[in-house]
Design a binder for this molecule. Structure first.
Ligand SMILES: [Zn+2]
Length: 162
């Protein structure tokens, strides 16, 4: 199965991570070719893109062995709709550790053909994940280590248009 064809369906081939760049000029080399991301933020963006394009191999490859799951199955009904990086500490080319805070918009695709069970209506079917991810360099490569949820501020981030 050639998962790269997923990219062709994206609007104007823009990278899902929201830089406005084309996928081959943005996260493509990290996700498709395993090129090491130079900064923690670029790795974070490429991992978001891997979730959006359902490329678990990139997620596992860039997951620190101390916290990496054995396997990763990405729910086909879980759609990632946009990424906003809202903060960063360290994580530069000369650092060994970095934190990236981001907000990622998601929705559940109600299409049963995609294998999604009907959700009880009391659950939200869209929202925003606000997270601080910790990255650590290992063998010269940035790796995802762990994450903390960020408590939602009073208004903004949970307002998502349908
Ligand atoms: Zn990208």
């Amino acid at each position: 199965m050639n998962t790269k064809t997923d990219v062709g369906g994206q609007r104007e081939d823009r990278c899902p991570c929201g830089t406005g760049r084309r996928y081959p000029d943005c996260c493509g080399p990290f996700v498709d070719d395993g090129i090491p991301a130079p900064t923690a933020e670029e790795l974070m963006r490429s991992r978001y893109t891997a979730y959006a394009l359902r490329r678990p191999e990139h997620l596992l490859r860039t997951w620190h062995p101390s916290t990496r799951p054995e396997d990763l199955v990405l729910d086909r009904g879980w759609v990632w709709e946009g990424l906003e990086v809202v903060g960063r500490e360290g994580g530069q080319v000369d650092d060994d550790e970095g934190v990236v805070e981001f907000r990622a918009r998601w929705r559940q695709d109600p299409n049963p053909a995609a294998g999604i069970p009907r959700l009880a209506t009391r659950y939200p079917t869209s929202g925003v994940m606000n997270e601080r991810s910790l990255f650590r360099r290992r063998g010269g490569r940035w790796m995802y280590l762990s994450a903390d949820d960020v408590p939602a501020p009073d208004s903004g981030p949970t307002r998502v248009h349908a």
